[in-house]
Write a protein that binds this ligand. Structure first.
Ligand SMILES: [Zn+2]
Length: 151
């Protein structure tokens, strides 16, 4: 099995900031590597799971909290109006469950709203958010998450 997410999970202590914006025992947050939209995040389980139905109760227990915390952090850092949260895991090599947490910017063009926001993913190299920009966003998001305590 060749799984991009598992390869990164296996070396979590050696990942750059953009690949481990935050993590707990069950989840890791990364910036999408091939997006043209700054702040496009993915929330992934720490073990190989290909269906939401196979998440454990413990993994499920914090899933909602992560989605809300990340949405708050994105709103604070990017100024997005809201977030989109989407999970398909259909692309070859990317069957590992991953929740896209996408900042829906106030000025998002009408023809990119809703599912069409995916036109920002799989962007050609020259259009992608650079690794440096991703790391800077990661640091800002990390700091915001650190300061936020949901109790
Ligand atoms: Zn995997």
């Amino acid at each position: 099995m060749d799984c991009f997410t598992c390869r990164n999970n296996a070396r979590i202590n050696a990942l750059p900031p953009r690949e481990v914006i935050a993590a707990d025992d069950h989840w890791r947050v990364a910036h999408a590597f091939d997006t043209a939209l700054p702040g496009w995040l993915v929330l992934v389980p720490r073990r190989h799971v290909t269906s939401i139905a196979d998440l454990t109760d413990a993994e499920a227990a914090t899933l909602g909290t992560w989605q809300v915390r990340l949405s708050r952090a994105l709103r604070a850092v990017t100024g997005c109006a809201k977030t989109y949260i989407v999970q398909f895991a259909e692309k070859e090599g990317f069957a590992h469950v991953h929740f896209h947490v996408v900042p829906r910017m106030p000025d998002l063009p009408a023809d990119r709203c809703g599912p069409r926001v995916f036109s920002y993913l799989g962007a050609p190299e020259q259009d992608r958010v650079t690794e440096q920009q991703q790391d800077e966003l990661a640091a800002a998001l990390h700091e915001h998450l650190d300061r936020t305590d949901l109790g």
